[in-house]
Design a protein around this ligand. Structure first.
Ligand code: ZN
Length: 75
């Protein structure tokens, strides 16, 4: 009989959005992107350590909104 894999929930440390499931005995590093706050994390599955590797900044959001609005005016 197969051993059932226990899945653990990995959540974004910033907004608690679910990033993925991992097997209980998983190890190694993954770089999931949070679908809610757009941060990219490096997660060490063995130790459960989180490291922020890419942060979606407020300025970036403002800039893209501005170019979006500019694009609409141009058309
Ligand atoms: Zn998040």
């Amino acid at each position: 009989m197969l051993k059932e894999t226990v899945l653990l929930r990995v959540e974004c440390p910033e907004c608690r959005q679910k990033l993925m499931d991992k097997a209980e005995d998983a190890s190694g590093k993954v770089q999931p992107k949070c679908s809610r706050c757009r941060n990219v994390w490096e997660v060490d599955l063995g130790t459960n350590e989180f490291k922020l590797i890419s942060k979606k900044t407020y300025t970036e959001t403002k800039r893209s909104l501005k170019s979006y609005l500019k694009g609409r005016i141009d058309h």
